[in-house]
Ligand binder design. Structure first.
Ligand code: NZQ
Ligand code: ZN
Length: 390
């Protein structure tokens, strides 16, 4: 077991009637609020009206950055930073899914720099310790951005999608009302669910000896919750219990509670971000296509016991098989979950992706070296895995 520091200062209001606390939390930072949101889902489901009414009623001044794209662009974050500088914004309010919250983080970081450009921060890998405060109202259980220190920003001119991290990027407060995700389309529910699953899986496998039992059990509990509640949320979008379990699972997966000295890996994420950067696909779907192939590729005598354990604890496959046989059963169960239960297309070919850019994507995913993990992946390994996904 490794030593570790746990420090997540994010505050969460969880549940049906918590939004009434929003004005008090915003006013702690000031009266000038930049509302950041996506392509309009919050206007359709009434959340925009709820939030703006609370802001106006409580004497705050409202500015807006709308149209944040899924896979948010650096150019959009820069527009937000320009508003912040010009209007002397006190606090940024992100209302939406991971893309909106990530864009708000990009805005918050860029707004306190001299030229207001987020891209040098992203591409330079700078750890952000200064930024405007962010408050998030979550509408999609998926990325964990509502409680984590990361934002993923895309530059479509250079086909790059890169994480921007920093302690200053953790939202000061997050509002999580499962009802806000009732209007989420089935496809996004499925993709979000698999994103949560994969965040935990990345951690689970790299953990190895550094994990203590309690943490393994907690990780498995979060993955089991996804497997149990995602199909229910897909069939019954207004099932509170299902939406609530997924929403808290989203936060738990990346708020570092499940780290506890383990190493958080990112093999599938590194490979997926290249797909989104080149083809603008939905993150969770890319992960679902890659993950079973990655597990198949890394399956060997060393990794088999952990993969088998996942099958037993999360998918309920039977005990007493050989490690290899059990691990294969686990991968089959995971594939069924992705492509039958969640109903996601199972190949890159079906998403219109061919091998044209695999070589450059693989090299970029490995950032000039290897992707570390249960089995380190070279660019050649990554290219092989992409090919298995066709
Ligand atoms: O843009 P709007 O109109 O709001 O519609 C969105 C968007 O079209 C819609 N949506 C969200 N909530 C809704 C809703 N529609 C109806 N009702 C609701 N309640 O869903 C679509 C997808 O939204 P998006 O925010 O893109 O999804 P998600 O939350 O999955 O975020 C994905 C982004 O986060 C990054 C991904 O790479 C991707 O760019 N990630 C961020 C991470 C982080 N910050 O730590 C980690 C993750 O691994 C991930 O990489
Ligand atoms: Zn993810």
């Amino acid at each position: 077991m490794n030593d570790f520091i746990f420090h997540n200062p994010g505050k969460v209001y969880f549940g049906r009637n918590q939004i009434e606390n929003l004005p008090n939390e915003l006013l702690k930072f000031g009266k000038k609020v930049l509302l950041v949101y996506g392509g309009g889902s919050i206007k359709k489901n009434g959340l925009y009206d709820t939030v703006t009414e609370l802001i106006h009623k409580n004497g705050m001044e409202l500015f807006e950055l709308s149209g944040v794209e899924p896979n948010p662009r650096h150019t959009t974050a820069n527009k937000g930073a320009e508003i912040c500088k010009k209007e002397k914004i006190d606090v940024i309010l992100a209302v939406g899914g991971g893309s909106t919250i990530d864009c708000a983080k990009g805005v918050a970081a860029a707004a306190v720099t001299y030229d207001g450009d987020v891209w040098p921060l992203v591409s330079g890998g700078k750890w952000i310790t200064e930024a405007l405060p962010i408050i998030a109202v979550l509408t999609n259980a998926a990325t964990g951005s509502e409680m984590d220190a990361w934002a993923v920003i895309s530059n479509m001119d250079t086909n790059e999608k890169i994480g921007l991290g920093g302690s200053a990027l953790i939202p000061k407060v997050a509002f999580e009302n499962p009802e806000y995700s009732y209007t989420l389309p089935t496809y996004q529910t499925a993709c979000g669910a698999f994103d949560i699953f994969n965040h935990v899986l990345d951690n689970y496998y790299l953990a190895g000896d550094a994990t203590f039992d309690m943490i393994l059990d907690m990780q498995e509990a979060v993955m089991r919750a996804v497997v149990k509640w995602a199909p229910i949320a897909m069939k019954e979008p207004e099932n509170y219990e299902a939406r609530a379990n997924l929403m808290w699972a989203s936060s738990m997966a990346l708020n570092t509670v499940l780290d506890a000295g383990t190493v958080h890996g990112c093999a599938c994420h590194a490979m997926e971000h290249e797909l989104s950067a080149y083809y603008d696909i939905t993150h969770g779907h890319g992960l679902a296509i890659i993950t079973p192939r990655w597990l198949t590729y890394i399956l060997n005598d060393e990794t088999a016991p952990a993969i088998y354990r996942l099958g037993v604890k999360v998918f309920g496959i039977k005990e007493g098989l050989s490690d290899k046989e059990g691990a294969k059963g686990a991968i089959d169960a995971l594939s069924k979950f992705c492509f039958e239960t969640l109903g996601l297309k199972s190949t890159l070919t079906e998403l219109g992706i061919n091998d044209e850019h695999f070589k450059s994507m693989a090299e970029h995913a490995c950032t000039g070296s290897v992707i570390t993990g249960p089995k380190d992946l070279t660019p050649e390994d990554v290219e092989n895995i992409y090919r298995m996904c066709l």
